[in-house]
Design a protein around this ligand. Structure first.
Ligand code: SF4
Ligand code: SF4
Length: 426
C-alpha cells in the first residue's frame, strides 16, 4: 500500500487550495456561513485555515478544528465555485494533517464496528431489548445516557424492528442479474429498505444478489482514517459479484465514496478489481429510471398519496444526479409526487455531522422540518438513509409522516404489496 508522506500531503493540499481565487461567491450558498455570518465558518475561510495550518503559519488548535468540524460536508460550495475548487477533497486531505486528526478511540471503535454486519446485528438485538424493556428510557431519564455521551445517538433511534432474515435471491434463469450493496445498516435499521429494493428490482425483472459487507468506508475516509477506509473498501471489492451487470447502492451518501474506490491507496493487484467495480456502480433510482417501467406490476386503484421528494446533498452536489427518485415515483399509479420546498438546502445530517456538531445540524434541520410542514406531504422520500434517520428523529418518528427511501413507497404499491404504512419506515 502506498502511504502518502507529509510532504506530498502538504503539496496536495496547497495545490488544491491555490485554486481558490477568494472571490467569495460560495459564501451565500454555505449553510454554516448562513448560521454564523463568520468568515471562518465559510468555504473560503476554511480553505484559508487549511492553508495557514499547512504552511505552519497557524496552529491546528481547538478553534481551527471547531471551524473545520462544523462544515457539514454538503458540497454546495463546490457546485457554485467558478474556479472548480474540490472542497471535499481538500477537507479530506486536511483532516490527515498532524493536529487536525481528531478521531477519538471511541469513534475509531464505532467506525470499525460499522464494517462488521454480524456484530451490528447483535448490537441491534441488544438495543431493541433495551428499548422494549423500557431500560433505554430509564437510562435516558436518569441522565445515564447523557453522562455516557450517547443521548443524542439514542434519540436518533426509531422503534427498532425485529431483525429478520433477508430474502434469498430469486431464480436467476432468464433474468438479468444485479448486485445490491446494502451498506452498514442494511441488515438492521435499513432492512425494510433492503427488502423493498429487492422486491422492486424483481418486479423490474432482475434477480438480486445482496452484498451485505458492511460500511463502504466513507465515514472513516472523511475522518482521515485512511487505513480503515481502505480495509473497508477492500472488503467490498473482495465480495463483489462478478456476474452481476450492475452494482447498485441504496444510499446516495455512500455513492461519491464508492465511486472513488479506484483512487484509493490499494495494492496494485486490487486496482483492476476496483476499476471494474466502479465501472458497474450505479445508484438504485438512477438505474431503475433507465429501465422500462413495469406498470402492470403496480396496483392501479389505490387511494392517492402525496409524496414529497427530498434531494440529499450527496445526490445533487456529490453525485450531481437529477431527481431520478421523483422521475421513477411519477410512474407509479396514484402517487402525487412533488419536490420538497427548499430542496437545495442541507438538512444538517451531513454523514456523522449530526453527532459531531449536533447544534449546527439541528439548526439546519429545523429549517428542513419547516419546509416539510409547508409542503404538507403524507410521506417524504429520500435517497439517503442518513438524512431520513435524522429527519425522522426531528419529526418524532411520526408514523403518519415518515421519511423513507423511494423504493419503500414503490414496493408498497406493487401488486402483492400491503400499503406503504404496512411496510414500516426502517
Ligand atoms: S471556493 Fe470557489 S467560490 Fe469560494 S471563494 Fe474560493 S474560488 Fe470563490
Ligand atoms: S461543504 Fe457545505 S458546509 Fe462545508 S463549507 Fe462547503 S457549503 Fe459550507
Amino acid at each position: 500500500m502506498q502511504a502518502p508522506n507529509s510532504l506530498s500531503l502538504s503539496s496536495q493540499i496547497l495545490a488544491l487550495a491555490d485554486r481558490c481565487v477568494k472571490c467569495g461567491l460560495c459564501l451565500p450558498h454555505c449553510p454554516t456561513y448562513g448560521l454564523h455570518s463568520d468568515e471562518n465558518a465559510s468555504p473560503r475561510g476554511r480553505i484559508a485555515l487549511l492553508q495557514g495550518v499547512t504552511e505552519g503559519r497557524l496552529a491546528p488548535d481547538a478553534r481551527v478544528r471547531k471551524h473545520l468540524d462544523e462544515c457539514v460536508g454538503c458540497r454546495r460550495c463546490e457546485r457554485v465555485c467558478p474556479a472548480g475548487v474540490e472542497f471535499e477533497r481538500l477537507m479530506d486531505l486536511g483532516r490527515r494533517l498532524p493536529g487536525l486528526q481528531a478521531t477519538s478511540r471511541w469513534q475509531r471503535f464505532a467506525l470499525r464496528l460499522l464494517g462488521k454486519p454480524t456484530r451490528l446485528r447483535r448490537l441491534h438485538r441488544g438495543l431493541r431489548f433495551l428499548q422494549r424493556s423500557g431500560l433505554l428510557g430509564l437510562a435516558r431519564a436518569s441522565g445515564l445516557l447523557r453522562l455516557s455521551g450517547l443521548s443524542r445517538a439514542a434519540r436518533l433511534l426509531p422503534p427498532l424492528p425485529a431483525p429478520a432474515p433477508l430474502p434469498h435471491p430469486a431464480d436467476d434463469r432468464g433474468r438479468r442479474r444485479v448486485a445490491l450493496f446494502t451498506g452498514c445498516l442494511g441488515g438492521t435499521l435499513e432492512q425494510t429498505t433492503v427488502r423493498a429494493a429487492i422486491r422492486v428490482l424483481e418486479a423490474f425483472g432482475f434477480s438480486v444478489r445482496r452484498l451485505e459487507t458492511g460500511c463502504c468506508g466513507a465515514l472513516a475516509w472523511h475522518r482521515g482514517e485512511m487505513a480503515l477506509a481502505t480495509e473497508q473498501a477492500r472488503q467490498q471489492l473482495s465480495a463483489a459479484d462478478e456476474a452481476a451487470e450492475a452494482i447498485l447502492y441504496l444510499a446516495t451518501g455512500c455513492g461519491p465514496h464508492l465511486q472513488r474506490y479506484a483512487e484509493l491507496p490499494l495494492d496494485e493487484s486490487d486496482r483492476p478489481r476496483a476499476e471494474a467495480f466502479v465501472g458497474r456502480l450505479e445508484e438504485i433510482t438512477a438505474f431503475l429510471a433507465r429501465q422500462p417501467f413495469p406498470a402492470e406490476r403496480f396496483r392501479a386503484n389505490d387511494p392517492p398519496l402525496t409524496v414529497a421528494v427530498h434531494l440529499p446533498c450527496s445526490q445533487i452536489n456529490g453525485l450531481r444526479q437529477q431527481d431520478t427518485a421523483g422521475e421513477l415515483l411519477g410512474h407509479v399509479p396514484g402517487l402525487r409526487v412533488i419536490p420538497l420546498a427548499d430542496n437545495d438546502l442541507c438538512c444538517g445530517a451531513g454523514g456523522e455531522a449530526m453527532l459531531r456538531v449536533p447544534q449546527v445540524a439541528e439548526r439546519l434541520r429545523s429549517d428542513k422540518l419547516e419546509a416539510i410542514a409547508r409542503t404538507a406531504p403524507e410521506v417524504v422520500a429520500s435517497t439517503n438513509p442518513g438524512c431520513a434517520l435524522f429527519l425522522n428523529a426531528g419529526l418524532g418518528h411520526d408514523p403518519e409522516l415518515p421519511v423513507v427511501h423511494p423504493v419503500v413507497v414503490m414496493a408498497a404499491r406493487l401488486d402483492e404489496g400491503s400499503g406503504w404504512r404496512g411496510t414500516g419506515s426502517g
